[in-house]
Design a protein around this ligand. Structure first.
Ligand code: SAM
Length: 295
């Protein structure tokens, strides 16, 4: 009898401890979601996620858009990359820029879904990424099409500005798709936008896709728990990204909202593609200029 009541007491004690721990985690997360996790810790987690996510059950090849992984089978990888390449072609026509474009940079090139379409367009294609495996896969895909001008640029997630030193020339086109929503916070994404501007020649073009906030809570930018929110972390109201880009020195030309669902079977998210130009004679802004409303 004595043993039974001791065991029951211990069980109850264990339950209370477990419950207290869970409550603590929930309260901690709620507070962090409100006030925001420190930026450095989010950046560190993003590095872990994109390099070692596999150890935590994340299919990194799928999430990094590798050919024939996850949903990117049966020609879908090729098709989505081509669709986005056609957006580039429209931009070049709209902006009346000469082709071939010659040099391009892709921020977060993943498995090369976009990059492979540029092999006839550029001599050098810089892929900037925080994952070595993705850079190697992108290079492999480019080489399989006979292209040897791929330049992998590995950066640490905490130091995106290192790209300014590592890319040895100013380029004529900056590309970034399916990455902004994964960046660890709006301030960080602002920094990348400033870097994009600084990496371009005057007259250079940019195509940046963001996830946009449309007033519904599920599209609101996140502030904590990168591992849980990685692929939907950062978003902007459309006007905010437009104004931010202008303040940085871009001339936004037009925006395309997520195409009709039948063209985009792979996602159900709110995406906005911004098409921009770095004006001729534009100088690089000295300081990043953030606006970020508290939404
Ligand atoms: C969803 S994949 C997109 C790949 C490619 N852009 C596409 O559209 O197929 C996200 C990519 O962004 C990279 N990435 C994540 N955080 C990054 C950062 N801070 N700077 C550069 N690349 C980053 C990941 O390693 C991964 O290659």
């Amino acid at each position: 009898m004595q043993i039974l009541s001791t065991s029951l007491a211990m069980l109850q004690k264990n339950d209370i401890v477990k419950h207290a721990k869970l409550t603590y985690q929930k309260v901690r997360l709620a507070i962090l979601n409100r006030i925001g996790e420190p930026s450095k810790s989010l950046q560190k987690d993003s590095g872990l996620y994109w390099n070692e996510g596999d150890k935590h059950g994340i299919d990194l090849k799928d999430y990094s858009h590798w050919r024939d992984h996850g949903p990117f089978k049966d020609g879908r990888w090729e098709a989505l990359g081509r669709l986005q390449y056609q957006m580039f072609e429209k931009l070049v026509t709209f902006a009346a820029v000469e082709r071939p474009i010659g040099s391009a940079i892709e921020w977060g090139c993943g498995g090369g879904m976009n990059a492979v379409h540029y092999v006839g367009e550029v001599n050098r294609f810089y892929g900037i990424d925080i994952s070595r495996a993705n850079l190697e896969e992108c290079d492999r895909q480019m080489r399989s099409r006979g292209f040897v001008g791929f330049r992998p640029i590995l950066i640490e997630p905490e130091k995106p500005e290192d790209a300014l030193e590592k890319v040895k020339e100013k380029c004529r086109f900056f590309l970034c798709t399916f990455v902004y929503e994964c960046l660890p916070g709006v301030e960080y994404a602002n920094r990348v936008t400033k870097i994009a501007h600084d990496l371009l020649v005057p007259g250079g073009l940019a195509m940046i896709q963001i996830r946009y906030y449309n007033g519904l809570s599920q599209t609101r930018p996140k502030r904590a728990n990168y591992f849980k929110n990685a692929t939907r972390f950062t978003s902007y109201p459309i006007d905010e990204f437009w104004i931010l880009s202008e303040r940085i020195g871009f001339e936004p030309l037009y925006v395309v909202l997520v195409p009709p669902p039948e063209h985009y079977p792979l996602t159900g998210d709110t995406y906005a593609y911004f098409f921009m130009r770095k004006p001729e004679g534009s100088r690089n802004a000295v300081h990043p200029v953030a606006i970020n409303r508290n939404i």
